[in-house]
Design a protein around this ligand. Structure first.
Ligand SMILES: [Zn+2]
Length: 312
């Protein structure tokens, strides 16, 4: 910020707020964090999407993805994802484990229609809902997380987990069939590097299951300053990139993946082939999910983008 290079990304209001905020800050060792190019198409053309005192999000003028372009230092305290993240009174991470586990099983079943996985790695495994879901489906499942607390929590409950990040997965080359990135990819400012690391760890016929917050959800579109998406006291300090279906597909295709499914509407042939009853039940379920998947984005009610992709 000292060279003023990020000022072109801030509107007048955001710049005024930022200047005011910076003038009241103690002298910091590090300058603000800045990103000047789009994380997907590398264009430098961008418009301010929303700006606060402490950070700014920009929208790429070429591909439309929204990314954090400026953040003041020390916005996120050290040890952010340790015990307090899971145990403070407003945290939902330790609640409704069974419900989250059942939802994860449904997502994994969808992925298995395209990726015949015998092993699974959940990146950002937290308390291990996805690992548990994988184990219940008979898959060799493990997790990794940057949080010491989360890794110990999982291992204490027979859910294998290691310390590791999206940029450095704790697994050898070509060793995992399915990598799950459930609300993880939005946490990295450099998703292309992250997906290159994912490809390194995947087997030849392996793939990814990705879920991210949907930029086109009404709160992301129309409550930019009030909603939780961007505020520096809420998700804004954790998230770096907000995707739509189109931008996530573009990222995956440019990173060496072939997209198999762009929503939760996947017909489970395995289940339907068991009997006539199962075929009818699956057809009904598929129709219901399909209707919702068609309606929700048109009313801006879809909260997350779910994509399944395999190595191309
Ligand atoms: Zn772009």
């Amino acid at each position: 910020m000292r060279d003023g290079s990020a000022r072109g990304l801030l509107d007048r209001r955001g710049l005024r707020c930022l200047n005011k905020r910076m003038s009241t800050l103690p002298v910091a060792n590090a300058g603000p964090w800045e990103k000047r190019t789009c994380p997907i198409c590398e264009s430098t053309s961008a418009n301010v999407y929303v700006a606060f005192d402490a950070l700014c999000f920009s929208q790429c003028g070429m591909c439309g993805v929204v990314y954090k372009s400026l953040e003041l230092p020390d916005l996120r305290p050290k040890g952010f994802y340790e015990k307090g993240y899971y145990t403070h009174k407003r945290s939902r991470r330790l609640k409704r484990f069974e419900h989250r586990c059942l939802k994860a099983q449904k997502l994994i079943r969808n992925a298995l229609e395209f990726i015949p996985a015998r092993s699974l790695l959940d990146v950002g495994c937290a308390v291990g809902e996805v690992v548990e879901a994988g184990q219940r489906l008979g898959i060799r499942a493990a997790g990794c997380d940057i949080s010491n607390f989360a890794v110990k929590f999982c291992n204490d409950r027979q859910r294998p987990a290691k310390l590791g990040s999206l940029e450095q997965l704790p697994t050898p080359n070509a060793s995992v069939d399915l990598i799950v990135l459930k609300h993880v990819l939005e946490h990295t400012p450099d998703p292309k590097t992250a997906l290159a690391e994912v490809r390194r760890a995947l087997t030849n016929k392996g793939g990814v299951l990705i879920a991210v917050p949907d930029l086109t959800y009404w709160k992301g579109l129309w409550q930019r300053r009030q909603g939780r998406y961007f505020r520096p006291d809420a998700l804004g300090r954790q998230h770096f990139v907000y995707y739509s279906v189109a931008t996530l597909v573009r990222l995956l295709e440019s990173s060496g993946f072939e997209v198999c499914a762009r929503s939760k509407a996947v017909f489970r042939k395995d289940f339907a082939s068991q009997s006539v009853f199962h075929a009818l039940a699956e057809s009904l379920r598929f129709a219901m999910v399909g209707i919702w998947v068609w309606v929700a984005p048109r009313l801006h009610l879809r909260r997350e983008v779910v994509v399944i992709a395999r190595q191309s």
